[in-house]
Write a protein that binds this ligand. Structure first.
Ligand SMILES: O=C[C@H](O)COP(=O)(O)O
Length: 244
């Protein structure tokens, strides 16, 4: 399986930031891993023009209609983007998205021909109470539609308490969680579950990337803050290439 590194710009980025992508595109035009930037909807078309692989950060579960401010999966695909994130914790929290809605958005992404990066993760309280694996299995069972395949879907494990905090689980904890996720995916989806990429996300940076990418069942990363500047993101891409 080809590893994947995805940058999530979240609600950041205006036209003045596009040269960051030109720098990345030049530095990694022959990358041995898949490199994706999930940008703000306002910039997707311009981001596609850089030659990088581009994704959206969310999509509506239906294709069109009276939903002011929303963006559908076909609209994302129309920009030339080929990926979309669903289930990110900030969507689950800021917009009260539940697993059923995330499953519908995921299916909508597939229908539009987009590869979906579906996020799961536990809160700090759930982590402290030892509920992590139960929470993640429940999220996977209810937010990943039955039709998921390795070709259409990537799962990103993002402990909520690690997002943007500088905190990360220990390498042993990440390895334990990813092994459990892999076992669960294989039990449900067979060979496709074994081949489905599993990303780690949450405070990934150049200084911890090698340790995280060396872990079994870590097939890449979903990177937030450190994906905004080419100077920060490029060494993380290179670290993933080293591990591939
Ligand atoms: O989508 C990315 C994640 O939320 C991780 O964000 P972060 O790298 O800023 O912690």
């Amino acid at each position: 399986m080809r590893k994947l590194i995805a940058g999530n710009w979240k609600m950041n980025g205006v036209q003045a930031n596009l040269p960051q992508l030109d720098t990345l595109a030049k530095a990694h035009d022959n990358a041995s891993v898949d490199v994706v930037i999930c940008g703000p909807a306002t910039l997707l078309g311009r981001m596609v023009a850089t030659g990088l692989t581009i994704g959206g950060q969310d999509c509506h579960p239906i294709t069109s209609g009276a939903h002011t401010g929303d963006i559908s999966a076909p609209m994302i695909a129309d920009t030339g983007a080929t990926y979309v994130i669903t289930g990110h914790y900030e969507r689950r929290t800021d917009h009260s998205e539940n697993d059923a809605l995330i499953a519908a958005k995921t299916a909508a992404g597939w229908d539009a021909g987009l590869h979906v990066i579906l996020c799961i993760g536990e809160t700090e309280a759930q982590y402290r109470n030892g509920e992590t694996l139960d929470v993640l299995r429940r999220q996977m069972d209810h937010s990943i539609p039955d039709a998921a395949t390795a070709e259409t879907t990537t799962i990103a494990y993002e402990p909520i308490w690690a997002i943007g905090t500088g905190l990360t689980p220990t390498p042993d904890e990440i390895a334990t969680v990813h092994a459990a996720l892999r076992a669960h995916l294989t039990a449900r989806f067979g060979a496709s579950g074994t081949a489905m990429r599993l990303l780690y996300g949450g405070s990934v940076k150049a200084s911890n990337a090698d340790d995280i990418f060396a872990l079994p069942n870590v097939d890449g990363a979903l990177v937030g803050g450190a994906s905004l500047k080419a100077a920060d993101f490029s060494p993380i891409i290179t670290a993933l290439e080293r591990s591939a």
